[in-house]
Design a protein around this ligand. Structure first.
Ligand SMILES: Nc1ncnc2c1ncn2[C@@H]1O[C@H](COP(=O)(O)OP(=O)(O)OP(=O)(O)O)[C@@H](O)[C@H]1O
Ligand SMILES: [Mg+2]
Length: 262
């Protein structure tokens, strides 16, 4: 079966301030269909750069990316990829319904079909009572749910999520994690999720990939075989503590090495 994402020997060099900056080097990652993979790593290690290469927002300097066996540009045209950005990026002048309708409108889906699809998606994110609200009338967590609904409404095969819950308090984040686990369980989607939060990464993922900076690269990978559906009780299991400790060592070890190397 074709993998959802295959990045091979990916490298990205940016021109900056007259010099060159290598943001990614020899980055290799395969995400299988229906897999949930998290990328964690210190700020600036190239997590967003990886997502941008997969979504064809930037072209890598070297190596290749394939999405469902085709180049990212073609996957985007086929609307195979959904992208949830680091901040919610909702349109302030459109209410919840109209924000979620936007991708359908852009794709030319007739309103008679688009409306029930958007309404069903809004129900799935638990915001049916708020369809007429504008983004400023929603909490941060609700805004993120609208952004996620907007990226799910086209039924993308692959969803790229860039720290979608970073701005939320811990209680809301836990709620959103539970909710995302449900969404993932109910669909046949593949998710590549960026976070700084180890607990969140382990809770959600089938695999956690730890990156280090300068140049951005993978330093370690962990398989999380805890059964689904996942529950908060699993955070007290030996497997959870073991992965958490090893991931922390990989993460902070990587961060320390980066500092020493500077
Ligand atoms: N367009 C650009 N031009 C020059 N440098 C860039 C550009 N985009 C990113 N970079 C640099 O590449 C590195 C990786 O950036 P990236 O945004 O991928 O990091 P990140 O891991 O997502 O960080 P954070 O956790 O803070 O979001 C950073 O050092 C950043 O300054
Ligand atoms: Mg980023």
């Amino acid at each position: 079966m074709t993998a959802a994402v295959v990045a091979r020997e990916l490298s990205v060099t940016f021109e900056s301030g007259g010099g060159q900056f290598q943001a990614l080097n020899a980055f290799n990652l395969t995400v299988e269909k229906n897999e949930f993979v998290s990328l964690i790593g210190p700020s600036g290690c190239g997590k967003t750069t990886v997502l941008r290469c997969i979504a064809d927002l930037i072209s890598p300097t070297g190596g290749s990316v394939m999405v469902n066996g085709i180049p990212p540009r073609d996957a985007i045209k086929k609307r195979d990829i959904g992208y949830v950005f680091q901040s919610a990026t909702l349109l302030e002048w459109r209410n919840v319904l109209k924000n979620v309708m936007l991708p359908l409108e852009l794709a030319g889906v007739p309103r008679a079909e688009a409306l029930p699809r958007a309404e069903a998606m809004i129900e799935r994110v638990g915001l049916t009572d708020f369809v007429k609200n504008y983004p400023r009338q929603l909490s941060g967590g609700m805004q993120q749910r609208v952004a996620i609904a907007r990226s799910l409404v086209m039924n993308p095969d692959i969803i790229l999520m860039d720290e979608p819950f970073a701005a939320l308090d811990e209680i809301t984040r836990d709620d959103m994690n539970r909710w995302l686990l449900e969404v993932f369980a109910q669909s046949s989607t593949t998710i590549l999720f960026v976070t700084h939060n180890i607990r969140e990464a382990i809770m959600l993922s089938d695999r956690v990939v730890v990156m280090a900076a300068r140049p951005g690269r993978i330093v370690k990978e962990f398989k999380v075989s805890m059964p689904r559906p996942r529950t908060a009780e699993q955070t007290f299991t030996d497997e959870f503590s073991r992965i958490r400790q090893e991931a922390e060592e990989a993460l902070y070890g990587a961060a320390t090495r980066t500092k020493v190397g500077e």
